[in-house]
Design a protein around this ligand. Structure first.
Ligand code: IPM
Ligand code: MG
Length: 364
């Protein structure tokens, strides 16, 4: 029996549609296992800009600081994408909340659901058996370094890739710890042949490695890693990398899991964690009951496990998603040409399938 306070940040586009199902899954888990979860919805991103002018209103940040865990949908809106005149942008809300809550570790597990091997653009025999755990540094690097500005009357733009040893050390330790519980292989991805910040990254990871003699550490350049990931994904176990490289590689790695619509993530640091799907706000399908809520539902499994230490509850969510896939149900993004029409479901119908299985498993 536990009492927990969960903040839901639906955000933009398909965000609120998918977090609604994450919320429902958590509510059903609480009922089934005798916990009391309370939920509060707050604004972030474009939705928050429209309502308050601020992509991360104080009210949202305060509620998040007081929460036991946060479930987030997606942030982003196309009206900002090609318009540099817009100084206030949805993504600033996401970057600020990560920074304000000290969420320097973004964990992105990439596991192939065997049923979805054919939904990927990569050959199934290359994918089968892949199991990668990404550690993406989330509050440093080029997404935060200063200066970041226009110079010379707007003719020049500058971003700054900056890392301190402390920032590298703390995420490297988390990645090594995880490797110790798995196959004991850690790939550290950088661009140390060109970037000074990468040379500091590599040097620091080597220092941390001395405390983990059992882990096989492999350094790999980002360009090679991007290629190796689709050439032979099974060579990877745990991967640690900086903010931008991790952003890019984990989108690429979504093809190993079958679809971006399936990937969950956890952002943790020293306090409350944020759990969110890796996919974006997908404005083209927003409000059409087409979005795949499974990545968000799988994010609730991470939330239950990592923030609440509820292993059994977490497994119940994963098993329910597995069962829905095994029964042949798909959303459009993970359907194949051979998937029968009546098995291709919308957001609400597939969300309900997951909830029904959670209820049935616990009742039996
Ligand atoms: C992600 C997203 C964000 C990021 C964007 C929306 C700012 O792509 O979580 O991967 O780059 O971190
Ligand atoms: Mg991304």
């Amino acid at each position: 029996m536990a009492n927990k306070n969960i903040v839901i940040l639906g955000g933009d586009g398909i965000g609120p549609e998918v977090t609604a199902w994450g919320n429902d899954v958590l509510k059903n888990i609480a009922d089934a296992f005798g916990h009391t979860f309370s939920f509060q919805n707050h604004l972030i991103g474009h939705a928050a800009i429209e309502a308050t002018g601020n992509p991360l209103p104080d009210e949202t940040l305060d509620a998040c600081k007081a929460a036991d865990a946060i479930l987030l949908g997606a942030v982003g809106h196309p009206m900002y994408d090609n318009d540099p005149s817009k100084k206030v942008r949805p993504e600033q809300g996401l970057l600020k909340i990560r920074k304000s809550l000290g969420l320097y570790t973004n964990i992105r597990p990439i596991q192939i659901f065997d049923e979805l091997a054919h939904a990927s653009s990569i050959k199934p025999e290359i994918l089968m058996g892949s199991d990668i755990l990404f550690f993406r540094e989330l509050t440093g690097g080029i997404y935060f370094g200063e200066p970041r500005e226009r110079q010379e009357d707007g003719e020049v733009a500058v971003d700054t890739m900056r890392y301190s040893k402390m920032e590298v050390r703390r995420i490297a330790e988390k990645a090594f710890d995880a490797a110790m519980t798995r196959r004991k292989i850690l790939h550290s991805i950088d661009k140390a042949n060109v970037l000074e910040s990468s040379r500091l990254w590599r040097e620091t990871v080597n220092e941390v490695a001395k405390d983990y003699p059992e882990v096989k550490l492999v350094h790999m350049f980002i360009d090679n890693a991007a290629m190796q990931l689709i050439k032979d994904p099974k060579q990877f176990d745990v991967v640690v990398t900086g903010n931008m490289f991790g952003d890019i590689l984990t989108d690429e790695a979504s093809q190993i899991a079958g679809s971006l619509g399936m990937l969950a993530s956890a952002s943790v640091g020293d306090s409350v964690g944020i759990y969110e799907p890796i996919h974006g706000s997908a404005p083209d399908i927003a409000g059409q009951n087409k979005a795949n809520p499974l990545a968000t539902i799988l994010s609730t499994a991470l939330l239950l496990d990592i923030s609440f230490g509820m292993k059994e509850e977490s497994q119940a969510v994963i098993d329910a998603v597995d069962a829905v896939l095994k029964d042949g149900f798909r959303t459009a993004d993970i359907a194949e040409s051979t998937t029968p029409k009546d098995k291709i479901l919308g957001t609400d119908a597939i969300g309900q399938q997951v909830v029904d299985r959670i209820k049935a498993a616990v009742a039996s």
